[in-house]
Design a protein around this ligand. Structure first.
Ligand SMILES: Cc1cc2nc3c(=O)[nH]c(=O)nc-3n(C[C@H](O)[C@H](O)[C@H](O)COP(=O)(O)OP(=O)(O)OC[C@H]3O[C@@H](n4cnc5c(N)ncnc54)[C@H](O)[C@@H]3O)c2cc1C
Length: 439
């Protein structure tokens, strides 16, 4: 039972190791990176003292078991904060979500949006074939085109009519006419967003949540898996070494995993190639001023501003920046399928800083104490119209050959850290039962 091999040290690999440890197993967990934590790793720049997570991460799980586990992993040392989100649109700062706070917009535009909203709501609910249909039916065309459809092109890198609605869940709030009018007339504070409060470790960044990982598992870093033979049950690494396994739990992204598996049929490889994901260039900036923003996260709609989202890590924990300083993490999105990344990272950093100045977030008088960037190859799964069929072909094949997949890029969903952890636990359970059937 101890020859269950786990690939990946992100939240999914952590969840798998945690579950196996509960059965008295200390699994071997491999990762290609020289550090553990996957997307949830955190790095402090020794020279400037700023800490940045590998992507802005906050824990807003409502699952009481996961809340308790995470709190235990950091010995109850976490910040509990109220979320403050806002939006930047054509020089205006608008409260989030915009559909409930139209009052910040020009008066004529508010009238157009409400008139359009009333028009669609007077009609019977239309047939929804894609995300654009859903947006227009929910908000009216004027609002849909100005805000969510524009944001979609920046964040999901394709148009809303090329996307399904499977990923929506509670993400996009559908207001009633009364709510729309209330928010158009005056500022108010409805608590309708799916994130109201969140937690974040007091020190060490988000990665502190994974502190117990090395005690639960034998973690082997700088081990890049390059091929998997499901028949002989062996995994080969980039250095030429191989290991055998009884059961395999993988959190490798499916488009990278499938070509590694020996004997994968062409139709499955073709399906894996159709799976689209964004690549995120995370630009990290440290400044000599902390009063950078009212909110921890800002969404940016304008097409001529390169970043889609900004977060302010110094507002999550005081230990993320030197005293009196502030930090910004900007997300700039690309996609091999829809908007390939061709620029150099340095040129993207320059562009981000120029755009931060144009938005008035960075002032000419500010001193930049840190600048840097990380490229996250697999960031957000894109729910384009190819995804569903392609995914069932790929998952069907993995089920057939008995490889357990998990996490955001194994399940290929829009999953948060808690869901990725639970996905790893489930994959470990499946590996345990397939191993016990085999012995
Ligand atoms: C920009 C951004 C912001 C986010 N913000 C939040 C947030 O605020 N809150 C939240 O809850 N969630 C957030 N998420 C989601 C969260 O990051 C994921 O749900 C979670 O981190 C995914 O964990 P994972 O283990 O599935 O994947 P990963 O963390 O990617 O782990 C996969 C691991 O597999 C390893 N690997 C891959 N290929 C190989 C190979 N060939 N050989 C060996 N190892 C390999 C990788 O190196 C990696 O360590 C965010 C995601 C992004 C992209």
């Amino acid at each position: 039972m101890s020859d269950i091999v786990v690939i990946g040290t992100g939240m999914a690999g952590f969840g798998a190791a945690h579950r196996l440890h509960a059965e008295g197993i200390r699994p071997v967990v491999y990762d290609q990176n020289p550090y553990f934590g996957g997307h949830t790793a955190s790095f402090r720049d020794a020279a400037s003292g700023f800490l940045f997570d590998l992507g802005p991460h906050i824990s807003f799980t409502k699952d009481a078991r996961i809340q308790e586990l995470l709190a235990g992993f950091v010995n109850q040392r976490f910040e509990a904060l109220q979320v403050k989100l806002d939006n930047y649109w054509r020089g205006l700062r608008l409260t989030h979500p915009v559909q409930l706070h139209l009052n910040g917009l020009p008066k004529d535009l508010i009238v157009e949006i409400i008139a359009d909203f009333v028009k669609v709501h007077d009609q019977p609910e239309p047939k929804i074939a894609n995300y654009e249909d859903w947006l227009v039916a929910s908000y009216g065309r004027r609002f849909a085109e100005l805000f969510p459809m524009q944001y979609t092109r920046k964040y999901h890198l394709t148009s809303a009519n090329n996307m399904s609605t499977e990923w929506l869940g509670p993400r996009m709030y559908r207001p009633s006419l009364e709510e729309l009018l209330r928010g158009a007339l005056a500022p108010w504070a409805p608590e309708v967003h799916y994130i109201t409060h969140f937690r974040y470790p007091k020190s060490g960044g988000f990665q502190s949540y994974l502190a117990p990982f090395p005690d639960l598992a034998d973690i082997r870093l700088s081990h890049q898996v390059v091929s998997i033979d499901p028949k002989s049950k062996t995994v080969r690494f980039a250095d030429g070494k191989s290991i055998g396994f009884g059961a395999l739990v993988s959190s490798i992204a499916l488009p990278a995993l499938m070509p590694m598996i020996e004997g994968t049929p062409d139709d499955v490889l073709d399906a894996a190639r159709l799976l689209a994901c964004s690549t995120c260039v995370l630009v990290n900036v440290g400044l000599d001023r902390a009063d950078l923003s009212e909110g921890q996260i800002t969404y940016i709609y304008d097409a001529d501003i390169c970043f889609t989202r900004l977060s302010f890590p110094h507002m999550l924990s005081a230990t993320n920046a030197p005293p009196g300083c502030g930090s910004i993490q900007a997300e700039v999105y690309f996609s091999g399928k829809y908007r390939p990344l061709v620029q150099s990272t340095e040129s993207i950093i320059d562009q981000v800083i120029a755009d931060l100045r144009r938005c008035g977030i960075v002032r000419e008088s500010d001193r930049i104490l840190h600048r840097g960037a990380n490229v996250v190859r697999y960031a957000n799964v894109i729910f384009d119209l190819d995804r569903s069929a392609a995914l069932s072909t790929v998952h069907g094949y993995l089920d057939e050959i008995g490889i357990q997949y998990c996490g955001r890029y194994g399940d290929w969903g829009y999953m948060w850290t808690d869901e990725s952890f639970i996905s790893g636990e489930r994959a470990a359970e499946a590996a345990l039962s397939s191993n016990s059937r085999a012995t």
